[in-house]
Design a protein around this ligand. Structure first.
Ligand code: NAP
Length: 280
């Protein structure tokens, strides 16, 4: 198959590399800067690479891996070069706005979201086997999508993904819980910690911070552009979850004020069990 990957950053270049190494497809890499395209060729992660979007001509599948805000403008630009049967997908971490607009522009547009990544950006972050064993959501709204999504299922499975299918709405509600809310909570943790008024205490805390703080602060210390894009594009779900979180937090503060240790114990016993059930 001839497959085009647009946007050779962390996700795009890693996908291009894994697909090229399969030796089954012709992989075309398209990116914004020609230096990135040159680098992709040098690294051997694509068969052909250029900044010219018309290279999507003749491709069976196009995967748009640009930043979220460029996904739909990029789709609009490639439409004149697509053949009727080309399936176009994206990898954006938020699906409702992308799938809604994507489907208006192209009849064979189906959303994807491989749940894999690192804190790094750009082609220098390229990683072999990034998608191995990662869940990948393919958004299907109806039976027609299910049929069209078969090609994408094969594509993501071939790089090691475990496929899940659902609607864009369910996807966005779920990622708000497990990805977007944790980013905001973790960012707030870092921020609150930095507001400690006593400089000696703050600096001492920094000296003794170890794996616990590293774990809980990791996602809040990630790429700010990506976090902002998630918040903007999944605002309603994120707000709803944050309000629920706020209500629970108020409950915990009350329990602490009232020294209601049995309720605190119940909470921690419940979360101790739930975490291991949730993260199987
Ligand atoms: P990234 O490393 O910043 O890569 C995006 C690349 O796209 C840039 O390096 C840039 O390459 C290129 N680009 C930017 N604008 C472009 C345009 N208009 N046309 C063509 N290429 C363009 O970002 P990423 O982490 O790979 O994220 C890309 C997408 O994957 C986003 O939609 C994100 O939501 C999704 N995603 C990210 C993760 C994660 O953990 N990072 C996980 C799952 C999904 P040059 O300027 O060098 O050409």
């Amino acid at each position: 198959m001839k497959i085009a990957i647009i946007g050779l950053g962390l996700i795009g270049s890693s996908l291009a590399g894994d697909l090229t190494r399969l030796n089954q497809h012709q992989i075309i890499g398209i990116s914004r800067r020609s230096t990135t395209c040159e680098k992709a060729k040098k690294l051997g992660i694509v068969h052909q690479s250029s900044i010219d979007l018309s290279l999507v001509q003749g491709c069976e599948i196009v995967v748009i891996c640009t930043p979220i805000e460029s996904t739909i403008p990029t789709l609009a630009q490639i439409i004149p070069y697509l053949s009727n049967t080309t399936v176009v997908t994206d990898v954006a971490s938020v699906k409702v706005p992308i799938v809604r607009e994507g489907k208006k522009l192209w009849h064979n547009f189906i959303g994807s979201h491989p749940m894999a990544g690192t804190a790094e950006q750009g082609i220098d972050a390229v990683q072999k086997n990034l998608f191995n064993n990662a869940p990948c959501v393919i958004t299907v709204e109806d039976d027609e999508d299910r049929e069209k999504g078969a090609l994408l299922r094969d594509l993501w499975q071939s790089v090691g993904c475990n496929i899940l299918t659902t609607t864009a709405e369910i996807h966005d509600q779920a990622v708000a819980w497990i990805s977007h809310l944790p980013v905001i909570i973790s960012a707030n943790l870092i921020y609150a910690c930095m507001q400690e008024k006593d400089q000696f205490v703050r600096e001492f805390a920094q000296k003794i911070a170890s794996s616990g703080f590293r774990d809980t602060s990791r996602v809040g210390g990630g790429n700010p552009e990506l976090g902002l894009m998630m918040a903007k594009n999944n605002r309603d779900n994120l707000l709803e979850n944050l309000r629920l979180y706020q209500a629970h937090l108020t409950g915990i503060i009350n329990d602490l004020e009232e020294e209601n240790w049995s309720k605190i114990n119940d909470l921690l016993t419940f979360t101790n069990q739930s975490r291991s059930d949730f993260i199987k």
